[in-house]
Write a protein that binds this ligand. Structure first.
Ligand code: ATP
Length: 792
């Protein structure tokens, strides 16, 4: 950095401040010998002047001193500051150095002027306040940096008052001749209050000892340095950076040993203080001698070294000399005034501390060159990387895109495959479901067809049965007419009584008190004997069981397709079918009764008994066409058995509202008819046959019939011959029941003649009616077989 700017000769400003006389001085009888004559002149009177001394009568012991400014006890801190230091602030901000130091003997008010008190701050505070205020006023255009340091020179040693632990510091002078304190603590702040706190704290670190002259005597030189760096906020090539330094120095007081009465350390301190002050005086003397190029020895003391620029260099310097007005301090005051007077003549060449413009240009040029080089380097680096990186980057981006595409492709393929698999499964499942539905519809159609066929066959069967019943009824009517004709003819020939011919009919009951033929009486006797032995009861029981078994397997109801019959309907229908034929059948098997009322009564009870049986039938089993005709025939057999000969028909009479007497008579009549038939049969067989039949009768009455049939014996009685062949004799279930009941193996004879009191003989020649029945039976079997095949 080169100093630039115009050099201005600036004389050192010397101000004199006369402190008030102290109480101690007054107590000592001191008088006021220092007086401020005007603002710049001070008169110091010699207190030893004796007006009575004629020899010294023409010598004035009064001496006037002219200073830049003079203050007496009336001057305030502000006045001193305004007159001495305030003007330095602008220079410091503008880049000028400035120095304000207080000079004077001990106890004359140096510290008071520089530091002051809390209520009367000194130059330190006031200067800093104005300095920061000035910085703030111009901070819009200028940028400032403020740093501060505070040190003391004690016994020619420099100590940092802001950080006393640093120890003693050394003064160094750079190549440019600027004095610097190495390692000094610099505090950057622009807050006056903080600076004041720092000064107060540092001043407490200052070495102060009470002396005879001052209770708070400062035994060192205190130096407060404030550096202000200023630059314009407008960046420009010609930008100036101003750096001013302000030294505010509170010197130790010169003292006289006799005055201070110091001994020991205090005397040693005084000696150092005086030496430094002497060096300062010598410098001032050297600097103040005009026209002579005296050597200014700043190296005699650190104080003069530190104040080199302040005294003879680039600095505006203000010296505030302090004296005591008391006569007791006349010598110190006179010396002070002398040194102050001399200092007043010191001129300094003040110049502004500015950074050289050429230096700025070169700096910026270097900076620009460095930046251009950095730009070129970075460009080369970018190009070097660009030679490889673009491809790599492009390759990397390509790889990333390729990987992303592959990932998407794989993920898409996986999802697509999964979706295809699911779709195939869904389609196959749907097809299976459709096939199943189609098969189900086919089965339903098939079932409906079967039901329709079944209904059709059942209707055919019902029609056939109806025709057969009608034909059987017609045939029986014809047979009955023929039998009546024969009986009438026979009775007429035997007795000539019409009534006896009617009584001789085997179908007349004995309780009607009619004449019974002889063979019937014999048969009735056989029946009684059988009844007494229980065989007849057992045989009738067997017959009843067989009829019941056949009755249980009655034809179930066949509902039309699409209808579900209720159990009641099923039972009623199953009952209605035989009932619809029952009048013909009953009429055929019981064509005549003793009385019309009994005949109707018996017919009604049988019908109602059948209905009662049918109502108790369980749910019909599945329809089997093969057994359909058989069951129907069985039903007829059961009906025949119940009505004709089975005791069950008699028992069923108890289920209807019939009187006890009527039931008893009906039972007795039935038994008498059966007994008569048996005796008639035995009579026809003869004695031999009776003997042979006797043990057999014990087994079963039906077996007796079988024996007679197997012996090919022609039944002699007209009853056997006149009995029409019952279609129920062909029932297989009946023969099974009989065989099981008798313990014999089923045979064709049993099948044909197992039931009925008078079956046709084997050897008997078949009548045309039998042939017709056989043809009907064959036809029925064929239709049954055809229906069975169709049903299966
Ligand atoms: N102008 C003044 N007005 C009122 N009191 C003052 C004035 N100057 C000095 N004093 C008082 O005089 C006493 C001594 O002053 P001070 O300590 O400032 O002297 P000093 O020069 O600093 O002494 P030393 O050199 O020993 O430090 C103090 O008590 C101070 O209050």
């Amino acid at each position: 950095m080169k100093d630039s700017g115009d050099f201005k000769d600036q004389q050192l400003m010397v101000a004199l401040r006369i402190r008030p006389i102290s109480v101690a001085e007054l107590e000592e009888g001191a008088t006021l010998i220092a007086h401020k004559v005007d603002e710049q002149m001070v008169v110091l009177m010699d207190p030893m002047e004796d007006p009575d001394d004629i020899l010294r009568a023409h010598r004035s012991r009064e001496k006037s001193y002219l200073f830049d400014v003079a203050f007496d006890f009336t001057a305030t801190q502000e006045m001193v500051y305004q007159a001495t230091t305030k003007s330095l602030i602008e220079g410091v901000i503008s880049g000028y150095n400035a120095t304000v130091f207080a000079y004077g003997p001990t106890g004359c008010g140096k510290t008071y002027t520089m530091l002051g008190t809390d209520h009367e701050p000194g130059i330190y505070v006031r200067t800093l306040n104005d300095l920061f205020r000035a910085i703030e006023e111009t901070s819009d255009d200028m940028e400032y940096e403020v740093s501060m340091s505070y040190l003391e020179i004690y016994n020619e040693m420099i100590r940092d008052l802001l950080n006393p632990s640093l120890g003693y510091l050394e003064l160094r002078e750079d190549s440019k001749g600027v004095i610097q304190v190495a390692g000094i603590t610099e505090v950057s702040t622009i807050n006056a209050k903080e600076i004041m706190q720092l000064l107060m704290r540092g001043n407490r670190q200052r070495t102060q000892e009470p002396t005879a002259a001052n209770q708070t005597s400062s035994r060192s030189h205190a130096v407060l340095q404030v550096a202000v760096r200023q630059r314009s906020r407008v960046r420009d090539v010609l930008q100036e950076v101003r750096q001013g330094r302000l030294f505010m120095i509170d010197l130790a007081g010169s003292e006289r040993a006799s005055q201070t009465q110091n001994r020991g350390q205090r005397m040693k301190e005084g000696a150092h203080i005086n030496r430094s002050l002497l060096a300062l005086g010598n410098c001032i003397n050297a600097l103040s001698d005009k026209g002579t190029n005296k050597y200014v020895n700043y190296r005699d003391s650190k104080l003069t070294r530190l104040l080199k620029d302040s005294l003879g260099g680039n600095s505006r310097t203000v010296m505030i000399a302090h004296i005591s007005p008391a006569s007791s301090a006349f010598e110190e005051s006179r010396n002070t005034l002398t040194y102050a007077g001399r200092a007043k003549s010191i001129k300094t060449r003040v110049k502004r501390n500015l950074l050289s413009v050429s230096y700025h240009i070169a700096q910026y040029t270097n900076i620009i060159a460095d930046l251009r080089g950095e730009i070129q380097r970075l460009k080369r680096k970018i190009e070097e990387r660009g030679g490889r990186s673009p491809d790599r980057a492009q390759l990397g981006r390509g790889d990333i895109r390729h990987i992303q595409a592959e990932v998407q492709l794989h993920s898409g393929q996986g999802e697509q495959a999964a979706m295809e698999h699911l779709r195939e499964q869904l389609i196959s499942t749907f097809q299976e479901q459709m096939d199943t539905r189609r098969r189900l519809l086919e089965l339903e159609n098939r079932g409906m067809e079967l039901e329709m066929d079944t209904s059709h066959h059942l209707l055919t069967i019902a029609s056939w049965k109806h025709d057969k019943s009608r034909r059987a009824l017609k045939w029986r009517e014809e047979r009955r007419k023929e039998s009546f004709t024969k009986d009438d003819t026979r009775k007429d020939s035997d007795t000539g009584d019409n009534h006896s011919s009617r009584v001789g009919s085997p179908r007349y009951l004995p309780h009607c008190n009619l004449a019974v033929p002889q063979h019937l009486k014999e048969l009735y006797k056989v029946y009684l004997r059988e009844h007494e032995e229980g065989n007849l009861e057992r045989a009738t029981m067997m017959d009843r069981l067989a009829s019941r078994a056949l009755q249980d397997s009655a034809l179930p109801k066949i509902s039309p397709p699409g209808t579900v019959p209720t159990p009641e309907e099923s039972d009623l229908d199953s009952v209605k079918m035989p009932n619809s034929e029952s009048p013909h059948q009953h009429g055929s098997f019981l064509p005549l009764l003793g009385t019309e009322s009994e005949a109707n009564h018996l017919f009604k009870t049988s019908s109602r008994a059948w209905q009662a049986k049918g109502s108790c039938l369980p749910t019909p089993p599945p329809i089997l066409a093969g057994t359909l005709v058989t069951q129907e025939a069985t039903t007829q057999v059961g009906l025949n058995g119940q009505i004709n000969s089975s005791p069950e028909s008699i028992e069923n009479l108890s289920e209807i509202p019939l009187s006890h007497k009527g039931r008893k008579e009906t039972t007795a009549d039935t038994k008498s008819i059966a007994g008569k038939a048996a005796r008639h049969h035995l009579q026809a067989l003869g004695a031999k046959g009776r003997q042979l039949l006797a043990p057999t009768i014990k087994q079963s009455s039906l077996s007796l019939h079988l024996k007679g049939q197997t012996d090919d014996v022609q039944p002699p009685g007209p009853l056997a011959c006149k009995r029409p062949p019952s279609p129920t004799l062909q029932h297989t279930a009946s023969e099974d029941s009989l065989s099981s009941s008798t313990g014999e193996a089923p045979s064709r004879a049993v099948e044909r003649y197992g039931d009925g009191p008078c079956p046709p003989l084997q050897g008997q020649k078949k009548s045309p009616r039998n042939k017709r029945e056989e043809s009907l039976e064959a036809k029925r079997k064929r239709r049954s077989q055809a229906f069975e095949v169709t049903g299966q």
